[in-house]
Ligand binder design. Sequence first.
Ligand code: BG6
Length: 364
Amino acid sequence: GKDGYRHYMEKELHEHPVVIGQTLQRLIDPATRRVVMPDLPFDLAAIPRAVITACGSAFYAGMIGRYWIEQYARLPVDIDVASEMRYRNPPLANGGLGLLISQSGETADTLAALRGMRAAGQHIVSVLNVEQSTMARESDAVLGTVAGPEISVASTKAFTAQLSVLACLTIAFARARAAIDAAQEERMVTSLLDLPSKATEVFERHDEIRRMAAIVAGARDVLYLGRGAMFPVALEGALKLKEITYIHAEAYAAGEMKHGPISLIDSTVPVVATVPSGPLFEKTLSNLQEAKARGGRLLVFTDMAGAPRLREIAECVVAIPTVDEFVAPILQTIPVQILAYEVALIKGTDVDQPRNLAKSVTVE
Ligand code: BG6
């Protein structure tokens, strides 16, 4: 049941802290504070390249995974949505890794991409929530997300669980490739283990998110922005809004705004940006200033460290705990998903069963 929540989506949003914790528990030894991968039938250090593919929210989790694996493990990663990947027939590296991500393990396009990569000789690792699924049976190894059943059609907790797995895989790759040292690994693991308590604190920002939702609910179009690993967070936010509120939303890499979508900006198109402190903060801030100069209403997600600067220019600021740059995309996803839920409440849409959508799409 819904445990007293109005919708499964609301219940599942509140499960983020627990789900992140449970997923990490499987992959991190608390005594040594080291990532412990299940036995893999190949050597991580010998993987020359990885290809990530998935659909929907799982694809955006994969985009963050690519960012991490390239950044921290220095392993080249290619990524595409499964419906494109399955027909692209890209040249694949000998002994490469095919990394699939799926909540259900049954999505037809992702399964077809898995089979194509297997036929092309790739090692197949799947990040799955349903561990007795078709994709699980056809993979060399399964990394489980311990999210429990996800009933809401719009994915929430499965997404942060997927990110938790991908973060651990990144650390395992980085260690295997000697791209990080022990101190760096410990810092990354500690930042992961702190996430469940930090995620709980995000729910203290509910009033500010509701204020933002009141503005978004009145709009016909919304632009979401983010840079680096926050770009997929923006994509996830825009997808969630479209799925459950039927408001048109588009996400852009913040630096790309000036190459087109800036022409859309006026006072009727709110700009929702995810801008935590960190190396890309100043760059994204200047993109926001450009939007504001065109009359854009700025609604910003940031952290405590970034909030003072953003309060000078933004109409709404939601500041969540400041965390290590590595794990920031996991935490920043939560308020962005809550925003879509709050807008849906105002709009009165069918939150758990949006029109035209199915939880698992098993046809092409
Ligand atoms: C879509 C759902 O159809 O399938 C999305 O509406 C989901 O929410 C996507 O992210 C992929 O599903 P799965 O089960 O492969 O993660």
